[in-house]
Design a binder for this molecule. Structure first.
Ligand code: GDP
Ligand code: MG
Length: 198
């Protein structure tokens, strides 16, 4: 029997506090949703295995544990990332407006990392950091589409897709961590996107 290839992908989740990052990454592997607000979780990341073609892909999904409120996530959080999931809340305009910051900040951190590593050890630079920040895979999730049956949403799907198009055609998914809507599809797309980049 042919053995399947194994791949480990590091996925990081960014976005304003309260948009549902922790809820999404708990819903995906554990099928759990918590109503009460939890700024932090015990673990740094959760893992989930998916089968893509002939590969077993382990997604290692990193949470921010609440530090996103201060926009200080530290280099270790970004190091070696294969894909970045940006999340906003379709009912909170500010969380959509800050996407530019999260996107640009991510790329800035990655570029800094490349420069530091290039100086310290040129040989490992391409293993330790995203190889080409310019084409680095992002994905955008518009979360909490269940709230008030969609009546309280302030960011339309069209507006979100325009933002994605302006940022190099970032794939877009509308999700509900609460109702487990589109969560599997979004993470599967993340895995495929990150694999293509390898
Ligand atoms: P984070 O700060 O981005 O990690 O956000 P959390 O995952 O802690 O979620 C913040 C709050 O929003 C919590 O009370 C969650 O229960 C709630 N929440 C998260 N996702 C959804 C969703 O899809 N729908 C609804 N109605 N509430 C959600
Ligand atoms: Mg959180």
């Amino acid at each position: 029997m042919a053995t399947r290839k194994r791949t480990l992908l590091k996925i990081i989740v960014l976005g304003d506090s309260g948009v549902g990052k922790t809820s999404l990454m708990n819903q995906y592997p554990c099928k759990k949703f918590f109503q009460q607000y939890k700024a932090t979780i015990g673990a740094d990341f959760v893992t989930k295995e998916v089968l893509i073609g002939d590969r077993i892909v382990t997604l290692q999904i990193w949470d921010t544990a609440g530090q996103e409120r201060f926009q200080s996530l530290g280099v270790a959080f970004y190091r070696g990332a294969d894909c970045c999931i940006l999340v906003y809340d379709v009912n909170v305009l500010r969380s959509f407006d800050t996407l530019d910051n999260w996107h640009d900040d991510f790329l800035r951190q990655v570029c800094n990392l490349v420069l530091i590593l290039l100086f310290a050890c040129p040989l490992i630079v391409f293993q330790a950091s995203p190889s080409n920040p310019g084409i680095f895979p992002f994905i955008l999730l518009g979360n909490k589409i269940d709230v008030d049956g969609g009546n309280s949403r302030v960011v339309s799907e069209k507006k979100a897709k325009e933002w994605c198009a302006s940022r190099g055609n970032i794939p877009y998914f509308e999700t509900s961590a609460k109702e487990d809507y589109n969560v599997d599809a979004a993470f599967l797309s993340v895995a495929q996107l990150a694999l293509e980049k390898d």
